[in-house]
Design a protein around this ligand. Structure first.
Ligand code: AMP
Ligand code: ZN
Length: 139
């Protein structure tokens, strides 16, 4: 447990949450600031952050619970779709530094719009050069 971490405090029962699901490794609870009503967070009980530092066995269990919550949201709310969001670092909009997945039910007219602006590459070679950098950094 990280004593400065609000999600660790939720896991330890020191802070309240509106629990949706739990097992030995994972906890799912309602986000207090939902993008769309029903927005749920799925976290490992273990303190780990960011995604890149997480052991594969933690991630494997986590993603199965993400799927379980997404299926339950579809059924419970008759949602039209589901967003799964996971952020790492302030630059990526992460506020709570304990690994978590947002599972968000979506509806055709829910009024939420992502500020997602596609920006084409200026030069045709740029995409290939960036792909080469990523390939070179793979472990
Ligand atoms: P992120 O920006 O990915 O770090 O998202 C953190 C999320 O945690 C936000 O959507 C917050 O609304 C949510 N959050 C923060 N504190 C709590 C809390 N005590 N209980 C439930 N959700 C929380
Ligand atoms: Zn934590």
């Amino acid at each position: 447990m990280n004593t400065d971490c609000i999600f660790c405090k939720i896991v330890a029962g020191q802070l309240p949450c509106c629990k949706v699901y739990e097992d030995t490794d994972t906890l799912a609870f309602m986000d207090i600031g939902p993008i769309v009503p029903g927005h749920t967070l799925v976290i490992p009980r273990m303190h780990v952050d960011p995604l890149m530092a997480a052991p594969p066995e933690v991630l494997q269990k986590l993603i199965v619970v993400v799927q379980k919550i997404a299926r339950a949201q579809l059924k419970a709310f008759k949602a039209d779709g589901i967003n799964v969001i996971q952020s790492n670092g302030r630059a990526a909009g992460q506020l709570v530094p304990h690994l978590h997945f947002h599972v968000i039910p979506r509806f055709a007219a829910d009024g939420h719009h992502w500020n997602w602006i596609p920006r084409p590459y200026a030069k045709s070679e740029e995409m290939g050069a960036l792909a080469e950098k990523i390939r070179g950094a793979l472990e």
